[in-house]
Ligand binder design. Structure first.
Ligand code: TRH
Length: 371
């Protein structure tokens, strides 16, 4: 695992995050903040909706202070506050525009390194655009440069978030025993976690699992996944807790750390968005990705690029096509043999990604070069 953890100078960071929807925008920003803080950096996280941090990061983290997105009055107060200085590094996450008055504060002091953190993708434009300058063309910071920072799956991109202590995990059985479930897990059950939007193929999955040869415990995340499962069981006229070989258990909202433990403990993880996909890759277990759907269907190319970049097995690609609604028809069968092959692929993928330098190490180097 390549990461030079504490060799970077301690800098002050202002990280800006607007929550568009769901949890990923804040989830990625918090992971980044926490990883930087572990490496001796000091962070202010500015966000318009910090509510999900109550369960994602209930303990907070030394070195990080969370601030409401500054409104006009806040910005006027900051401008008058002689003790306030802009950080050494500004991270503008996912194209959230900084308030003009904050840009004015940036422009008037010592120039920080200003980074535009973009969404994760395996598409070709990522390597081409990573690290390029983005001149500020208007507003109070006109003439300054921002830098594009693109996370990605190959060494010519900004990499993936991966903390140095990622592999320090509790024992599987002991951790599973702590879960507040409606029914204890039996050692014979295969464990499948479900974190998704509203896949059309969800009833098909539930039917398939209830008729399988082996018993399955489906561990369903809070929010949209549990609502989607409730709708699917109703449509199938299936009891809410499943039937026959399938037992459905609802999970509590986990902290990010506990969520990572969940992914490690399961035999198959259905994940979505951005951050949970990366965590499922680190878990090294078979995964199915529900990609964030976009109106212009741009997610079709994005999904395809991911499958190609990571050399995904053909039947797992087929599963993704149906799960993501790119194709209709039955989901491929989740037999033990199939899951075993997918596990081999996940393991190889995890190892090859581990061999690359993680995002935070790369970002610290990038910032050091630009200062
Ligand atoms: O929630 P997501 O779908 O988020 C995003 C956003 O929608 C964003 O706008 C979009 O652009 C992006 O996807 C692609 O999925 P994601 O990214 O996996 O974020 C979920 C976060 O929630 C992640 O940090 C893990 C965390 N989480 C927990 O900490 N505990 C839990 O119990 C669960 C279910 C999730």
């Amino acid at each position: 695992m390549k990461s030079d953890t504490h060799s970077s100078p301690s800098l002050r960071w202002d990280i800006f995050c607007r929550v568009i929807d769901n949890y990923g925008d804040l989830g990625v920003c918090w992971r980044l903040c926490a990883d930087l803080a572990q490496r001796g950096q000091t962070l202010r996280l500015w966000t318009d909706d910090a509510s999900a941090l109550a369960w994602m990061a209930p303990q907070g983290c030394a070195g990080i202070s969370v601030h409401a997105w500054p409104n006009e009055a806040d910005l006027q107060a900051l401008a008058k506050d002689t003790t306030f200085t802009v950080g050494d590094v500004i991270v503008e996450a996912f194209g959230c525009e900084l308030p003009e008055a904050f840009q004015a504060l940036i422009a008037q002091g010592p120039k920080p390194v200003w980074v535009n953190l973009e969404y994760l993708s395996a598409e070709g434009y990522v390597a081409r655009s990573h690290g390029l300058a983005s001149p500020v063309m208007s507003g109070p910071a006109r003439g300054m440069n921002k830098w594009f920072y693109f996370p990605g799956f190959t060494p010519d991109t900004g990499g993936l978030l991966r903390e140095p202590n990622l592999l320090e995990v509790p024992g599987r059985a002991a951790w599973l025993g702590t879960l507040p479930l409606d029914k204890p897990i039996s050692p014979h059950e295969r464990l499948i976690s479900l974190f998704c939007y509203e896949p059309k193929a969800l009833p098909d999955l539930l039917e398939q699992l209830s008729q399988a040869d082996e018993p399955t415990r489906l561990l369903v995340a809070q929010g949209r996944p549990s609502a989607a499962v409730a709708a699917a069981t109703q449509a199938l006229r299936m009891p809410k807790i499943g039937t026959s070989q399938l037992h459905i258990s609802l999970l509590p909202y986990f902290s990010q750390t506990e969520f990572d433990h969940l992914l490690r403990a399961c035999d198959l993880n259905f994940v979505r968005g951005e951050d949970s996909l990366v965590r499922a890759l680190w878990a090294g277990q078979p995964l199915v990705w529900h990609i964030y759907p976009q109106d212009d269907l741009a997610h079709h190319d994005k999904l395809h690029a991911f499958e190609v970049a990571l050399d995904m097995p053909a039947d797992l690609q087929q599963f993704h096509a149906v799960w993501n609604g790119l194709e209709t028809g039955q989901l491929p069968t989740l037999s033990p043999v199939t899951l075993g092959r997918w596990r081999d692929w996940s393991h190889l993928t995890q190892q090859s990604l581990f061999a690359q330098t993680d995002l935070t190490t790369q970002l610290l180097r990038f910032v050091a070069q630009k200062r």
